[in-house]
Design a protein around this ligand. Structure first.
Ligand code: PEP
Ligand code: MN
Length: 344
């Protein structure tokens, strides 16, 4: 629930309310506005304790929050969250952030060549998997720590921050030693131990939607991370499983404006896993940005035919450079002409 303080409520009255919230075993989240302060109350059904707050000095009214997620919801935190990753700002109104790189780090030459190519094309962050969640145990499983070292070398050479997947809670310290942002993959969206572990990290987290997860479930997964203290969560739509077999997954473009209306967290689209086919990556990336995505994560490979994972959906660097130019155009159009309906 939200406790709306009266206009002109004193600092002492605000502190008193915060103290009462905490002594009831809840957490208080204070937003000090220009006109009045609003205090969010987080915990297990605080609305049941509403009576304890209605008549306290300085309190104007109590507003229940209808959603099961609190810290992730726009009702709770209306303004877009901005997340800093090594000098780059991600989130609503800051432009479209482009993450690009191979599905997997395969060799030193491969990752360095692709890192330079995507940097040149205008990418802001480098991606590359070192620990890979593969459907088959016989498929390439990633280079492990050696892959992380190579990513760090690519960052050193290009200046691009790096994002890479972490698959298990015990890997969080190792992956955090190298990465600027932790990717939590679709298969792990409801791995609650992992959500807890990245929630205790201070690294930004790119949380991918499970391929059979509802939007509410994605937001509840984000709530796990937020409630453990890590407020730097970026959500990523990456395609869901439907009856359609013409594409690897079905890009849920709807999810972008739906999420933007429900949450203040940045919303990204992965057009590569959404489609599974490089020819569909650019159209769906363009659609995602036109739908209001704050960023994209795109697989790029210098030699897709020989890629050890996801070659079929990887763009060659020249094609990626063309996509970046188009995205910049669409992003500028959006910034200058579009007021999002989801905020009405
Ligand atoms: C990936 O980004 O390479 C990946 C495995 O993504 P997802 O978890 O969305 O399948
Ligand atoms: Mn991949």
């Amino acid at each position: 629930m939200l406790i709306i303080m009266r206009v002109g409520a004193t600092q002492a009255q605000i502190e008193n309310v915060v103290h009462r919230i905490e002594s009831n075993g809840f957490k208080a989240h204070l937003s000090a506005g220009d006109v009045r302060s609003v205090i969010g109350v987080v915990g297990d059904n605080p609305i049941h304790k509403k009576e304890q707050f209605v008549r306290v000095d300085g309190v104007d009214r109590i507003v229940p929050i209808s959603r099961p997620f609190k810290l992730a919801s726009r009702e709770f935190i209306p303004a877009d969250t901005h997340i800093q990753v090594n000098g780059i700002t991600i989130g609503g109104g800051t432009g479209v952030t482009i993450i690009a790189g191979p599905c997997s780090v395969e060799s030193r030459a491969q990752i360095l060549e692709i890192a330079h190519a995507v940097k040149e094309a205008g990418a802001h962050v480098l991606r590359g998997g070192a620990f890979k969640p593969r459907t088959s145990p016989y498929s390439f499983q990633g280079m492990g720590e050696k892959g992380l070292e190579l990513l760090a070398e690519a960052r050193e050479e290009t200046g691009l921050p790096i994002v890479t997947e972490v698959m298990a809670p015990e890997q969080v310290p190792l992956v955090s030693k190298y990465a600027d942002m932790l990717q939590l993959g679709a298969r792990n969206m409801q791995n609650f131990n992992l959500l807890h572990a990245v929630g205790e990290s201070r690294h930004p987290v790119l949380l991918k939607r499970g391929n059979a997860s509802m939007i509410d479930e994605l937001l509840m997964a984000a709530e796990y991370i937020l409630s453990h203290g890590n407020r730097k969560v970026i959500l990523c739509e990456r395609g869901i499983r439907t009856f359609e077999t013409a594409t690897r997954n079905t890009a849920d473009i709807n999810a972008i404006p739906v999420l933007k209306s429900m949450t203040h967290l940045p919303v990204f689209l992965d057009p590569s896993h959404s489609t599974g086919n490089w020819k569909l990556v650019s159209p769906i990336a363009r659609a995602g940005v036109a739908a209001g995505a704050d960023g994209l994560i795109v697989e790029v490979h210098n030699n897709p035919d020989e890629a050890l994972s996801d070659g079929a959906q990887s763009l060659k660097p020249e094609r990626f450079a063309e996509l970046v130019r188009q995205i910049q155009g669409i992003a500028a159009f959006m910034r200058d002409n579009v007021t999002p309906e989801y905020l009405e």
